[in-house]
Design a protein. Sequence first.
Length: 187
Amino acid sequence: MQFQPIQDEEWPSEDAAFNQEFMHKLNIYRTMAHHPALMAAWAPLREHVVKDTVLGQQFSEVVILRTGTRLKSDYEWSHHVVRARACGMSDRRILSIAGSLDTMAEDDRVLSRAVDELTENHQMSEASIQAVVGLVGKEGLFDLIATVGFYTTLGFIVKSFATPIDDDIASALKQRPLAADAADVSS
């Protein structure tokens, strides 16, 4: 059974408020609209994880991109390549997040190692906890864990229901594919 993204004319009346907000803009949330109560509960957490995180935009994108990579989620990867570019990350840096820890700048390596441990072992090592706290503080550590959990859930949804990449994102990446030699890894 497929749960395709709900179109505006089919939008559930229980979710009417969300159709006026950010959620009607993305296929992932159009897919989640099949469960109005989940959408209502999801919105406040999304606000924190996406907008109010202590990680800041670039570190948040590193965590999300690495989570998308670990889940093999083309949807999350594609959407967050565009968002990472929008917040000033170079293509080379973005591509490094999908690769070996050895190819990353040190801060990205700290965050990505934590993501790897969470997705592999479902916990972080003491060394990673200390490194993350040293980089982004105690609240940043919790935001990293919440971000991985949040995007893991989204990854499960988009992969289970073959949610299509949004047209504007696919078009942006077609017009400007990732280029490894575009800039320095640290930027």
